[in-house]
Design a protein around this ligand. Structure first.
Ligand code: ARG
Length: 490
């Protein structure tokens, strides 16, 4: 009589010895793939339901398997069942627990399936959930920025290039720039959510199956929009992992740029913003310190996304078709990247709410930098001067103001005319920061009425995102599990 294997496994018939314990630990993915347990159970439910519909699984076996999987899923969700053991991966754990409950019928679940199509399916379901969650978090942050922007349409401030004061703008315009970057992120996350919805169950290990399966039924039960065109491609593909990591990394990158501004703006040097006590931290040594640590960490954590993406690209490069264990290396970087993006979005939302803007300091910063020199040149162009000449003349006016130690709008008209002969009385409307912003009514510009339009457009985008979130329902098979309909019409 053979000894019972020390560790449960899904293979063993052809092996005469136990796997070396060091290599068992080294090759196991259970410590990190156990987080796929609910998704793998959902994938298995869809597969079993499809097998039953095709007559590959008898009615009594379907009852045992679907009932058993559903009970396991419910207990896992209610935390009545702990997902642990010495199993090599989550798939092995599920099959072991199912066998303990329903006996031999459990052995029929893996008909026309391999762990290769199984793991990809579980990961696709997981990625879709995680992306939906990122979209929900991103839109919440977008709304904070939108509401703040709405309140600061006439809060004049310098806009920067090269981190040098460049042209007058408004705080609203600035905040909306971040909101639009996040909007692009949201659309990208949604796109990847769609891409991940490819059903690969039924591809088998690589070469399909001889059983009369109907993968389009599995796709239906999973809520996926497409079915694999080629079984080899199906099990080898990890594009959805890369795309998800890239989309999450871009979120992190955008947040890091915003966070860097929070750090800068809350310095005494800038003084454009202050942090409420609930979003700042202190120093153990210097009693006066108030540090923007959450912002610094959001800035720093972006590195994880880039690192994860590099790991994934490197792990996947050169992997021959189809499944190879290298593909098991897809999980940890992906999870880290998605977790980090979720945590940073959440922290950024709290932090953003705790920022008090110092619009007085922003207004002060509009002095001294001759920020309306471009407006002077544009005024001259409207008077018929070629832009290059106008640029030259406005530059001379700047030199004059600098020498006098005054602002451009404080130059007397005769002095201005020395530099810019075409200047008339009405030039002063273009020289004040407020006048300058109000005149920049071009598409997407900072003029308050243009910003009002942007706010309108953004409101529509937010509404579209909210509608998408409401429509991104759990897979039909999950709903059938919740409502006890798994055996319906079998
Ligand atoms: N743990 C594996 C992974 O995450 C599951 C697939 C294993 N397939 C196999 N042929 N060993 O990729």
């Amino acid at each position: 009589m053979d000894e019972a294997p020390r560790t449960p496994r899904l293979w063993g018939g052809r092996f005469g010895a136990e796997l070396d314990p060091t290599l068992h630990r080294f090759t196991a993915s259970f410590p990190f793939d156990r987080r796929l347990v609910r998704h793998d159970l959902v994938g298995s439910l869809a597969h079993a339901r499809m097998l039953a519909e095709c007559g590959v699984l008898s009615r009594p076996d379907a009852e045992a398997v679907l009932g058993g999987l559903s009970a396991i899923l419910r207990e896992v969700e209610e935390q009545r069942l702990v997902v642990s053991g010495d199993d090599e991966d989550v798939h092995t754990w599920i099959e072991r627990v199912l066998r303990e409950r329903v006996g031999e019928a459990a052995g029929r679940l893996h008909t026309a399936r391999s762990r290769n199509d199984q793991v990809s399916t579980a990961l696709r379901l997981y990625v879709r959930d995680a992306l939906r969650d990122l979209v929900a978090r991103a839109v919440a942050l977008q709304e904070v920025w939108r509401d703040q922007a709405a309140a600061f349409r006439e809060a004049w401030m310098p806009g920067y290039t090269h981190l040098q004061r460049a042209q007058p703008s408004t705080l609203a315009h600035h905040l909306l720039a971040h909101a639009w970057a996040l909007n692009a992120d949201i659309r990208r996350l949604q796109h990847v959510h769609h891409q991940a919805g490819l059903c690969v169950l039924g591809a088998g290990a690589l070469a399909g199956t001889s059983h009369p399966i109907r993968p389009e039924r599995t796709a239906y039960w999973l809520g996926f929009s497409a079915v694999f065109p080629n079984s080899l491609y199906a099990v080898a593909d990890r594009d959805f992992v890369l795309e998800a990591a890239f989309a999450a990394t871009l979120v992190l990158l955008h947040l890091s740029r915003w966070a860097e501004e929070v750090v800068l703006w809350t310095t005494l040097e800038f003084g454009f913003a202050e942090l409420s006590d609930s979003v700042a931290k202190g120093s153990s040594l210097m009693p006066q310190k108030k540090n923007p640590e959450a912002a610094e960490l959001i800035r720093g954590k972006a590195g994880r996304g880039a690192g994860a993406l590099a790991s994934l690209l490197t792990a996947l490069k050169g992997v021959p078709l189809a499944y190879n264990s290298d593909l098991q290396e897809d999980k940890e970087p992906l999870f880290d990247c998605l977790d980090t993006a979720a945590a940073c979005l959440e922290a950024a939302t709290v932090l953003a709410r705790g920022i008090r803007f110092r619009t007085d300091r922003m207004r002060e910063a509009l002095r001294g930098g001759f920020l309306t020199a471009t407006d002077l040149a544009d005024y001259l162009v409207r008077r018929g001067v070629p832009f290059r000449t106008a640029h030259e003349q406005a530059g001379r006016a700047v030199r004059e103001a600098e020498q006098r130690g005054c602002e451009l709008w404080e130059l007397p008209l005769d002095a201005l005319r020395q530099a810019c002969p075409q200047a008339g009385e009405d030039v002063y409307e273009s020289l004040s920061p407020e006048g300058s912003v109000r005149q920049r009514r071009s598409l997407g510009g900072p003029a308050p009425e243009r910003v009002a339009e942007q706010l309108e457009r953004l409101a529509q985008e937010v509404e579209a995102t909210r509608a998408w979130l409401a429509a991104a329902l759990p897979p039909p098979v999950y709903r059938a599990h919740r409502e006890g309909r798994l055996l319906e019409k079998l």
